[in-house]
Design a protein around this ligand. Structure first.
Ligand code: 5GP
Length: 176
C-alpha cells in the first residue's frame, strides 16, 4: 500500500518479514565471528536505532553497545564545516569495534567516522550496514556485513527518515 510521508508518496520496498529474517541472519554471523572478542558495537544515530535494537536482541555473546553521531558545526572560519564525532566516552584502545549503520550511500559519512576512530587505536574495526547502495558508493573501504544491496533510490522507514519523519515505519518504503 502506498503511503504519504510529508509531501511525498512512498511504496513498500522491503517487508517487515524480510527485514526480520535478514537481521537474525546478520546477528547469527556476528555471534559466531565475535564470540570470544567482547566487541564494542557503535551504532550511528539517528537512523540506526531500530536496526541496532533488533540486531542486538539476537546477538548472543558478551558485548558492549554505544551510540555515536556526527555533529556538524562551523569552524572558526565561516567556510569550514567540521564534522565532529560525538558520543564516545569510553577508551576504545585495543577494542574490537563494529560500526552499525542504517544505510551507506556515497560512503562519505562513514569515511569520516572511520578516520576519527582509527586515531584512537582500536584492535579492529568492522562495518555492518542494513542497506547499501553500490551505484552511489564512491569510497574504497570494505563493508564487512551488508543486509541488503539496494538501487540508488531514496528510502524511508525502519529508522530512516524523510525530513525527520517516517522513522517509526516498521518496514522500508521507496520513493514513488
Ligand atoms: P553517505 O555519507 O554514505 O552518502 O550518506 C549516508 C547518510 O545519508 C545516511 O546515514 C542517511 O542519513 C542519508 N541517506 C542516504 N541515502 C538515504 C536514503 O535513501 N534514505 C534516507 N532516509 N537517508 C539516506
Amino acid at each position: 500500500m502506498t503511503i504519504k510521508v510529508k509531501d511525498l508518496q512512498f511504496e513498500p520496498y522491503i517487508s517487515q518479514h524480510l527485514i526480520n529474517t535478514r537481521v537474525i541472519e546478520l546477528a547469527n554471523r556476528l555471534t559466531i565471528d565475535y564470540h570470544d572478542k567482547n566487541p564494542l558495537f557503535l551504532s550511528v544515530l539517528n537512523g540506526s536505532f531500530m536496526f541496532t535494537a533488533d540486531l542486538m536482541k539476537s546477538f548472543l555473546s558478551p558485548c558492549e553497545i554505544s551510540f555515536i553521531k556526527l555533529a556538524s558545526y562551523s569552524g572558526l572560519k565561516s567556510t569550514e564545516n567540521v564534522q565532529e564525532l560525538i558520543g564516545i566516552n569510553e577508551n576504545i584502545d585495543g577494542k574490537h569495534i563494529v560500526i552499525i549503520e542504517d544505510i551507506i550511500d556515497t560512503g562519505l559519512t562513514l569515511k569520516n567516522i572511520l578516520l576519527q576512530l582509527k586515531n584512537q587505536k582500536p584492535a579492529s574495526i568492522k562495518i555492518m550496514t542494513l542497506l547499501f547502495k553500490p551505484e552511489a558508493f564512491k569510497e574504497t573501504f570494505e563493508i564487512d556485513y551488508v543486509g541488503f544491496e539496494i538501487e540508488n533510490k531514496f528510502v524511508v522507514g525502519y529508522g530512516l527518515d524523510y525530513d525527520g519523519n517516517g522513522r517509526n515505519l516498521d518496514q522500508i518504503y521507496v520513493l514513488k
